[in-house]
Ligand binder design. Sequence first.
Ligand SMILES: [Zn+2]
Length: 270
Amino acid sequence: MIDFHLHARKKRGWTLKILRLYDRAGVHRAVTFGLGDALGEMTNPEVLALCLKHPDRLIPFAHVRLGRDTARTVKSLAEEGFRGLKAIWPIAPYDDKRFWPLYEEAARLALPILFHTGIVLRSKVDERQPVSSLWMRPGTLDLVARRFPKLKIVAAHLGGPWFDEAFMISRVHPNVWLDVSSGSGWRSKGMNARYFGEKLGWWNGFVKLIFATDQPHTKLSPADAVREWKGILAAARASQSTQKRFWSANASEILNMKFLVVLGFWIFLL
Ligand SMILES: [Zn+2]
């Protein structure tokens, strides 16, 4: 199993604690990133150092600031060893033309982008720059997905409260997936197995979902999140292959993991 959404906290002893929780839940790897001081999280270089210590468990994503970082930033992040990018708090809607060169470079380098979508909590960032949840609506990714068909886009949190928008965007675009992380769990919002069955059952929308938890900004432990989604998938009678896509296959494909295994094997032979 792969958790596609882990925030690296800047706190002593935190890493071992989260890895132990993952062990208990049967989660093997996590896409890891930090949003820096504003949230008491690691910076990009700290995330990279952490992931290098646990290369079999943690996959480094770099936090990019849309409006400040450029295509050149993306190139050097890839050279440093980041496997993807995390975007949040853009200074304009995600489809703003100013961000296009950065998207183009990410697509060229096969770096997926995990976009925060939907409502965003208030934070110290609000005082430093303009922030609007509307600029992170799932619909703002429609143009990005069309314009950059090779860019792999993962929209986080099902775009809440614009769920229908997120479901449709992921259905029509082969290069858009949805990360199912949630702060308090979906059941607590009244979104149970029946809800997901009705919303995603027709034109199998379940195939575009990806397991994700948003640790540690969630009340659910990794084991709780695994339990919640096993229940939803079972009630929806999701096929074995859909379930495999949800827990790991979609993530492996987005992260080019098979390619890396093959590459590693050849390097080993040489
Ligand atoms: Zn998050």
